[in-house]
Design a protein around this ligand. Structure first.
Ligand code: AG3
Length: 292
């Protein structure tokens, strides 16, 4: 990172945080206040109060969420797979230390166990303290929080022990790298029940097509049904974010559970059944590149 590309800079606009994308573009926020700036043993975690987007959580220079648009990520990573599945009871979340994914998982009455394996306890601490609306489910009796390595967990969990696995990771470097590899996905397949579904965050098709392609091609070696869907997340690189969907048979568009979807839609901000279907429609360059 060059001198001009430092993430936080004091300039004529005051204090400004920028996430730099490939191709020398970026997205900047005017910062009102720095709330936390902590180097955990695994990564740099920063929390800012912004002028326009509420609180902003950054890890290793990458925007994880803002209070203003986090629903576009959390509602889609959860409700698309959980409403495609006929009866999701046991859900595993890998990563997701801010708690937003868990908050959406526990809204499903069928869920009996929402287990989260997050590698960095410092993220959970900071989010519980400063982002109570996002880290809202940690006290829910369905939640089992494990501070540990998700890669180890999927290696050792029994066969068929989960209905849904959600991979709410950071970008594929540092602590998250192993969450994008074939061995990891093979274990996810093994620990999923026969009607199991996996969803992972899969980067930007505009700025990181090679990674999205690797994810899809790796999943295709293992799962019979592989698709990608997207959500509009203004604060992520390019504003359009991809998710990988893999299942042992369940089609995510044909099988949406209408009755269970209604209260989820009514109680939320972003997800609805029209969007659920539309999210799987992809631009031509993406379809062509991924051969989907
Ligand atoms: N998970 C991280 C998405 C990756 C964003 N990447 C980036 N800004 N370069 C989101 C965490 C929310 N639970």
């Amino acid at each position: 990172m060059s001198e001009q590309n430092l993430p936080t800079q004091e300039n004529a606009m005051g204090l400004v945080f920028t996430e730099w994308f490939p191709e020398s573009t970026g997205l900047s926020f005017r910062i009102v206040q720095t709330i936390e700036s902590a180097q955990s043993p695994l990564q740099m975690i920063e929390l800012y109060e912004t002028e326009t987007h509420g609180k902003l959580l950054v890890m290793d220079g990458c925007v994880m969420l803002t209070e203003r648009d986090e629903v576009a990520y959390h509602e889609m990573i959860v409700h698309v797979p959980l409403l495609s599945h006929p009866n999701p009871k046991r859900v595993l979340v890998i990563g997701g230390g801010d708690g937003g994914t868990l908050r959406e998982v526990v809204r499903h009455p069928s869920v009996e166990l929402a287990r989260q394996v997050e590698i960095d306890g410092e993220v959970v601490r900071i989010c519980k303290e400063h982002l109570p609306k996002i880290a809202a489910a940690y006290d829910n009796p369905k939640v089992d929080l494990i501070i540990g390595d998700g890669i180890e967990h999927v290696k050792t969990a029994p066969d068929g022990s989960y209905d849904i696995v959600l991979i709410d990771s950071t970008d594929p470097f540092g602590p998250a790298l192993g969450l994008f590899g074939e061995e990891f996905y093979r274990n996810v397949d093994r620990i999923l029940a026969d009607d199991g579904i996996m969803v992972c965050q899969a980067e930007s098709a505009w700025y990181n097509m090679p990674m999205l392609k690797v994810i899809v091609e790796t999943l295709q070696k293992i799962f019979p049904v592989v698709k990608t869907f997207s959500s509009q997340i203004p604060v992520y690189p390019s504003g359009t974010w991809s998710f990988g969907y893999a299942s042992k048979g369940i089609d995510p568009v044909a099988d949406v559970d209408q009755e269970r979807a209604e209260p989820i839609e009514e109680g939320g901000q972003y997800y609805n059944r029209d969007l659920h279907k539309a999210a799987f429609a992809q631009p031509s360059f993406v379809k062509r590149e991924l051969g989907l």
